[in-house]
Write a protein that binds this ligand. Structure first.
Ligand SMILES: C[S@@+](CC[C@H](N)C(=O)[O-])C[C@H]1O[C@@H](n2cnc3c(N)ncnc32)[C@H](O)[C@@H]1O
Length: 272
């Protein structure tokens, strides 16, 4: 090892949210501790597999809609372990010149980032290893500034991320999102999904406990608290819905899952 190399401890002995989610999506980047925590979650909320899949599909649909509406710059925070199709695959499938910056705080996502960096020749992708608790650090990261022009509209996505940011008695999660929103120009968009206790509070309470025992703090939020993330921006139709109900590809997709199984609010808004 030379002086420029460093060892990152992936802490494979501890469950991590990105790897638990990877397990729910049927991925291979998860380890015993993650599978044990995932098993405990499935014990209290068997719909976690469905909830993860439809959350991912919300990202596919919003990215398609936004790319088709002319968005060419995407900033995806809390990206997750690469899972095909990734956001840039979807965006560049419609607009090959789309530019995408990915961010996550789990070093295992960095370790797999090569899959996120396979851009079209016309477009560009970049990865920033960062924590959403430091929005200013993300917005000034050299990889981001080399890839995105913050003077032009950006499609920001915070999918299944902000419930990992507890308020701790303050208003931290909303302050972070406001900081990100303020840095983007008119015409920018925010796509967001977020777990809620509104439909099965008991199961959601048990999930918070399971993640907490694994060292990950969660705060699920009500519809009113979720809506507040979009303050000052104009919600696109159909407004805030459950994740599977936001512009479903087929009408039956909106009804084959119950609200309690989806357990995640979703919405997209544009900055006036
Ligand atoms: C449930 S996954 C969602 C992945 C992807 N956004 C999606 O919706 O398919 C949540 C991701 O957020 C990341 N994450 C959690 N807390 C974070 C933080 N404070 N800063 C940045 N990323 C975070 C996790 O590492 C994980 O990859």
């Amino acid at each position: 090892m030379n002086e420029h190399e460093s060892v990152v401890d992936l802490r494979l002995d501890r469950a991590h949210s990105s790897r638990i989610y990877d397990y729910f999506l049927g991925g291979k980047t998860n380890f015993l501790a993650d599978r044990m925590a995932a098993g405990s979650v499935l014990g209290v909320f068997p719909a976690a597999l469905v909830a993860a899949r439809i959350n991912r599909e919300f990202m596919h649909r919003t990215t398609r809609v936004l790319a088709a509406s002319g968005m060419r710059q995407f900033l995806d925070i809390g990206t997750g372990i690469p899972t095909a199709p990734n956001l840039h695959d979807v965006a560049q499938g419609i607009a090959p010149d789309a530019r995408v910056v990915y961010t996550d705080n789990d070093p295992i996502v960095l370790a797999h980032a090569a899959a996120l960096l396979r851009s079209t020749p016309e477009g560009r992708t970049a990865y920033v290893q960062a924590d959403v608790h430091d929005p200013a650090g993300i917005l000034t990261a050299p990889q981001l500034l080399d890839t995105l022009d913050l003077g032009r509209p950006v499609a920001l996505s915070l999918n299944a991320l902000m419930h990992f940011v507890p308020d701790d008695g303050g208003d931290r999660a909303h302050e972070i999102v406001e900081c990100l929103k303020a840095a983007l120009p008119s015409g920018s968009t925010l796509a967001m999904s977020h777990a809620t206790p509104d439909f099965s509070p008991e199961a959601m309470g048990k999930i918070i406990k399971i993640y907490g025992e694994a060292g990950t703090r969660l705060q699920f939020r009500s519809r009113a608290a979720f809506l507040r993330f979009f303050d000052g921006w104009e919600l696109l139709e159909p407004g805030v819905t459950l994740s599977h109900q936001w512009r479903p590809d087929h009408p039956e997709d909106a009804t084959h899952v119950t609200d309690a199984e989806a357990a995640c609010y979703a919405g997209v808004a544009r900055k006036p």
